[in-house]
Design a binder for this molecule. Sequence first.
Ligand code: SF4
Ligand code: FES
Length: 220
Amino acid sequence: MHSKKFSYENQELEITWDMKRCIHAKECVHGLPNVFDIKRKPWIDPDNESDSEKIIETIEKCPTGALQYHFKNKDNPETPPSSNKLIIDEDGPLYVHGNIVLQDTNGNEVLKETRLAFCRCGKSSNKPLCDNSHIGAEFKSGTSYNPERLELEPQENVGGELLIKLVENAAFVVEGNYELIGGDQQTKTCKRMSFCRCGASENKPFCDGSHRQIEFKTNE
Ligand code: SF4
Ligand code: FES
């Protein structure tokens, strides 16, 4: 996983932007164009908005976690949302929003985050995260899924820690309580599932073992 971070400050907040994670040109520039303006240098200017809450609200909509913030004078990290959500993007990544703990293929904790976009096409140079390679790869994948593959259990809540384990040369396994959101508002609550990250599964977004046929190699 690569990172190239830039920092921007006003009196109250420090904002960081990780250009290696930024794939998306909507929520920030459309949400608060006085602060986020790609035609300006620097493109982020927090002094242009006096209400820090508005800046925070916009940053928390950044679906990849490229944008982060912290208060300079208090220890107040972003609070994880009360529910975990996995959102399937058509022909694109799997967006995860929640109380995320990411483990590498050796079981080491590598990230604790609230927002990440996972590569589904297998072509990202920044695996396991999306870097927009799905566009050049002409990756095709709808957003609906086969619920019969899921171990469905009635759940009282969809919050708590969401553990994501990367598997060498194969899928990533999501463990915890979460909603899986597909097209046409298809939503199921789930506990544990393996998601394809090689791009070859016939049963996307789930892993069906096709990574072996295509000899998918990745061990981050
Ligand atoms: S919302 Fe996040 S991913 Fe999208 S353009 Fe802004 S910084 Fe990049
Ligand atoms: S990771 Fe793609 S089929 Fe298993």
